[in-house]
Design a protein around this ligand. Structure first.
Ligand code: 4NP
Length: 161
């Protein structure tokens, strides 16, 4: 990766799922906490590829699952990705292959290098399963997965410093 995390110039990261109410708000909250713990200069935002939930709080199951792990995502508000995001962010991290395909279809060709699966940095391309229609256990598995992928991403950023 060629993006750097210079002290005077934050790295800007956008995490993206479908609705921006389950996975990407959780990813944002986990990344922000892990970034703070590591003392890194990284801004994180999240967005959905779909417009269904614009302006809404994260899903109550995501809020509750993350709160039990000491991550507060309750004040986030869903938004849809916009074209300017492809310019403004250094990394655009998709939760699953469907999100990745949607993002790649809308991203200017010259900026496609910014758009990857969140799991890209773990060395294995694996989707973060969508827990929206499943049982509460799906939110636990989502949180476990996101906590692991967050550390992999930040390890990669730090290895490039
Ligand atoms: P997310 O989950 O993409 O992780 O926020 C979903 C949220 C809402 C819907 C689908 C997935 N939906 O169909 O409304």
């Amino acid at each position: 990766m060629n993006q750097k995390n210079k002290p005077d110039q934050p790295l800007n990261v956008l995490v993206v799922c479908l609705g921006n109410i389950c996975r990407s708000p959780a990813a944002q909250g986990i990344l922000e906490a892990n970034i703070n713990d590591r003392g890194l200069n990284i801004n994180v935002d999240s967005a959905g590829t779909a417009a269904y939930h614009i302006g809404k709080s994260p899903d109550s199951r995501s809020i509750a699952t993350l709160a039990l792990r000491s991550f507060d995502i309750s004040r986030q508000q869903a938004r849809q990705i916009k074209q300017v995001d492809f310019e403004c962010f250094d990394w655009i991290l998709a939760m699953d292959e469907s999100n990745l395909n949607d993002l790649q279809a809308n991203c200017p060709t010259a900026l496609l290098h910014k758009v990857v699966l969140f799991s890209h940095f773990s060395g294995v391309n694996e989707s973060v399963a969508d827990p929206y229609y499943g049982s509460d256990n799906g939110f636990e598995r989502m949180a476990d997965h996101l906590e692991r992928l967050s550390q992999c991403f930040l390890d990669n950023v730090e290895s490039e410093l």
